[in-house]
Each structure stands twice: as structure tokens, then as C-alpha cells.
Design a protein around this ligand. Structure first.
Ligand code: NDP
Length: 445
């Protein structure tokens, strides 16, 4: 780490104590962009870096609700409005017991660069609550979502801030929140994305993050004259991103041999085919069950409290959560012959893990580029809502595919180091430049 980066980070850490995920996300970007800034001092002079790490606005609020037993429960809600230089704030809502300010600030910060990479006009934001939807009844989830939206509705709007889903927030939660917003504001607008298809949602939005990640990996493999055909893939998680990653890998001729949840992972050497994937979707999206039931149903192995990175593979798709691949996991992957990593999740690899991938010179696609397909189709949902029209699946999927190709090109443009492409550097600088230039244009705001 250079002295300049170290001094900068010391200030960030002093100003944001205890927010280790935020520090980690900032360090990764600052290390990548500092050499670029030194060659382009206009950004240093305007203190773009100091401004970009400071959220434009942080909203924190009480979320009281009543459980089925008639007990009052209190959670904490958040919305981080990080940067609106290139468009209204846009980013998901996470409902998970680990949620606190530091996690949401890291996610909002990443979102700024990711949204910039999509080529669409979207600023960055993120929000959520420490509410745990696991084990709650539908009515409890509804009461929580209504209370959460009662406060959030004052701060968002279709031209201001447009939240979407993330961990713990799928179609059910977006529905309850949208209903409450509509009732409070008496308006039917595209204030949330990931909506149901009958009430303003976009085709392919559910598929977008997983599909997009697989398209991105296919582009990385193409640079080596290779493809996903015949590749053995490991996937972590079994939620939205994981499910559609499996679907697209299968369509492109690869084979997925693992899936996981917070309890452990399953290993299916025959691959998770279309029929088995339908079982997983029903298990996770309808029955809200555990992945170990897959092992029982299809008579394969279940590894409790373990992560799938010990399984040999050609391509890995971390699609569960942050910091799920540490240094030792990364070493296992490289040793097991892994040639590419596509991050469906946000910041799933620790800095030490990233170093292992970089040293091995494998094709490492960081989340802010590889998983940008989700927010890209959210952007397309916003366009359709503004037009009051809806596009066909083929139209949206082809736009998504082209966006992922464009993101890959941006990464190559800014990340080429001789014959090798450093996708971390490419994504960070490529995402940064557009936002930084917009901030320069708009003056000191
Ligand atoms: P879901 O809630 O649909 O699924 C999350 C999956 O990850 C579940 O299988 C869950 O298991 C597992 N998981 C969550 N937290 C942990 C943990 N701490 N340890 C182990 N496993 C865990 O979320 P998504 O699929 O939407 O999101 C997955 C990742 O992708 C997140 O990092 C998210 O930020 C990122 N992402 C999502 C986008 C989207 O469009 N949905 C867009 C871009 C990125 P369990 O059920 O046991 O908790």
C-alpha cells in the first residue's frame, strides 16, 4: 500500500469507526484508482475521492411492528443515498440479521461504480434492516414491510431514489412495500423495481443478475478462446442469483455441481439439471426450506457448515454473501484447477483471496462488474415504467446481454496489463471516471 493510500484510508477509518466492510470496499477502489488520479490531478484537486466516500445522505429509522403472538418488535431501518451524480439513487434493500450501517455503506459505495458501469443513468444507494425474514409468517413479513415503507416512503420516489431487492427481499417483500407506498402516496409509479409482472415489473428482472454474471464469465473466457461448454462449475447460495446462474450455465452447456445455504452445501456430481433446479426454486421460493433437503431428494452428499470451494471446478460462481471466499478457499480453488471466477454476490472474496486469484492470473470478475446485470435490468424496468410499456423477454434479455458485453469492454479498456486483463482495476477505474467527471461538471455540491 502506498503512503498516499495509507493516509487516505486512515482518515476513512477514523471517520467511519467499526465499519470494516466499508473500509474494505473503499480500500479496493482507492488502491485501483490512485495511480490513475496521480496521472489526472484535476480529480485530486477537486477532492473527488474525499467526496465520493462520504454518502450524500444517510437515513436511519425505527421500524416497529407486531408479531403473530401480539408482541411488539422493533427493528432498525436504513437507506444510504450515496451518490446521485449520474442519476437518481438506485440499489437494493437487504433484510438480514447482520445488517448494520457498515454493511449498507459498503454495498451503497459498490453500487455507485456498478451502476456507472451499466452505461445507464443511475446513481448509487442501498438500504435495509436487521429484520430476519427466516421463520416469520407471511403476515409478519407484511406488517414489517408496511412499517418499514411508512417511513421510507418520505425519502424515495421514481425520480429520487428507487430501491430494489437484495438478500431477504424478493417478489413477496417488494409487493408488500409497493402496496404500502401506493396507499400512502396515492400514486402508481415505478418507485421500486423487481415488481410483479402484472403491476409494472420487467420480464427477465428475476433472471438478470444470474444470467448477467454468466454472460460476463462467457466474455472473459472468450478472451482466451474458451467458453462455458463442458465446464464444471461450483455455485454457492441457492437464492435468486444462484438459481438463475444455474439456469444460464445449463443453457450454455456447463454443469453446476454445488449449491449451498447458510447451513452447508450439496455436491451433485451429475449436475443440477432443469428438473432439479425446479425443485430448488420451489424449495427456496415457495416452501422456504433448507438446501440439505436436495441431498435427501437426489441422494447426493451434504456437507454441513462447509463452503463449496473445496470442490474441484473450472469456474466458480460465489452467489451467497460478502467475504465467503477467504485466502485458503481461494488457494483451494486455484489448486483445484479453477480458471475463472464470476462474482454473483457483492464482495464475496476477501482482499487476501483476491490477491491469490490475481497472482494466479485466473479470470477474476469482481462483483461490481459481473453482477451488474441485476441493476441494469432494474434500470430497464424504470425505462418501461416511464414509457408505460413493457418489452418482451427477448428484447430485455438481448439488452442485458449487450450491457454485459459493454461492461466487459470497459473493464478491458481500463484494466489491460500487457496480455492480462486486471478486471478489478478495469471495473474500478471504468466505474469511477464517469461519476467523477459528472461531479466535476456539477460543481461543489
Ligand atoms: P437471496 O436472499 O435470494 O439468497 C441468498 C443466498 O445466500 C441464500 O441461499 C442464503 O442462505 C445465502 N446466504 C446469505 N447470507 C449468508 C451467509 N451469511 N452465509 C452463508 N450463506 C448465506 O439473495 P440474492 O440471491 O438476491 O443475493 C445473493 C448475493 O448477490 C448477495 O451478495 C447480493 O448482494 C448479491 N446481489 C444480488 C442481486 C439481485 O438482483 N438479487 C444483484 C446484485 C448482487 P440462507 O437462506 O441460509 O440465508
Amino acid at each position: 500500500m502506498t503512503k498516499k493510500v495509507k493516509d487516505f484510508m486512515n482518515e476513512v477509518i477514523a471517520k467511519n469507526p467499526g465499519e470494516k466492510e466499508f473500509h474494505q470496499a473503499v480500500l479496493e477502489v482507492v488502491e485501483s484508482v490512485m495511480p490513475y488520479l496521480e496521472k489526472n490531478p484535476k480529480y485530486l484537486k477537486a477532492k473527488i475521492l474525499e467526496r465520493i466516500v462520504e454518502p450524500e445522505r444517510v437515513i436511519m429509522f425505527r421500524v416497529p411492528w407486531m408479531d403473530d403472538a401480539g408482541e411488539v418488535q422493533v427493528n432498525r431501518g436504513y437507506r444510504i443515498e450515496m451518490n446521485s451524480a449520474i442519476g437518481p439513487y438506485k440499489g437494493g434493500l437487504r433484510l438480514h440479521p447482520t445488517v448494520y450501517l457498515g454493511i449498507l455503506k459498503f454495498l451503497a459505495f459498490e453500487q455507485v461504480f456498478k451502476n456507472s458501469l451499466t452505461t445507464l443513468p443511475m446513481g448509487g444507494g442501498k438500504g435495509g434492516s436487521n429484520f430476519d425474514p427466516k421463520g416469520k409468517s407471511d403476515n409478519e413479513v407484511m406488517r414489517f414491510c408496511q412499517s418499514f415503507m411508512t417511513e421510507l416512503s418520505r425519502h424515495i420516489g421514481p425520480d429520487t431514489d428507487i430501491p430494489a431487492g437484495d438478500i431477504g427481499v424478493g417478489g413477496r417483500e417488494i409487493g408488500y412495500m409497493f402496496g404500502q407506498y401506493k396507499k400512502l402516496r396515492n400514486e402508481f409509479t415505478g418507485v421500486l423495481t423487481g415488481k410483479g409482472l402484472n403491476w409494472g415489473g420487467s420480464l427477465i428482472r428475476s433472471e438478470a443478475t444470474g444470467y448477467g454474471c454468466v454472460y460476463f464469465v462467457e466474455e472473459m473466457l472468450k478472451t482466451k478462446g474458451d467458453s462455458l461448454k463442458g465446464k464444471v462449475c461450483t455455485v454457492s447460495g441457492s437464492g435468486n442469483v444462484a438459481q438463475y446462474t444455474v439456469e444460464k450455465v445449463n443453457q450454455l452447456g456447463g454443469k453446476v455441481v454445488t449449491l449451498s445455504d447458510s447451513g452447508g452445501y450439496i455436491y451433485d456430481s451429475h449436475g443440477v439439471d432443469e428438473k432439479k433446479l425446479a425443485f430448488v426454486m420451489d424449495l427456496k421460493n415457495v416452501k422456504r426450506g433448507r438446501i440439505k433437503e436436495y441431498a435427501k431428494k437426489y441422494n447426493c452428499k451434504y456437507f454441513e457448515n462447509k463452503k463449496p470451494w473445496e470442490v474441484e471446478c473450472d469456474v466458480a460462481f460465489p452467489s451467497a454473501t460478502q467475504n465467503e471466499i477467504n485466502e485458503s478457499d481461494a488457494k483451494k480453488l486455484v489448486k483445484g484447477g479453477c480458471i475463472a471466477v464470476g462474482e454473483g454476490a457483492n464482495m464475496p472474496t476477501t482482499p487476501e483471496g483476491i490477491e491469490v486469484f490475481q497472482k494466479a492470473k485466473i479470470l477474476y470478475g469482481p462483483g461490481k462488474a459481473a453482477n451488474a446485470g441485476g441493476v441494469a435490468v432494474s434500470g430497464l424496468e424504470m425505462s418501461q415504467n416511464s414509457e408505460r410499456l413493457s418489452w418482451t423477454s427477448e428484447e430485455v434479455d438481448s439488452k442485458l446481454h449487450n450491457i454485459m458485453i459493454a461492461i466487459h469492454e470497459i473493464c478491458v479498456k481500463y484494466g489491460k496489463e500487457g496480455k492480462h486483463v486486471n478486471y478489478v482495476k478495469g471495473a474500478n477505474i471504468g466505474g469511477f471516471v464517469k461519476v467523477a467527471d459528472a461531479m466535476l461538471d456539477q460543481g461543489l455540491v
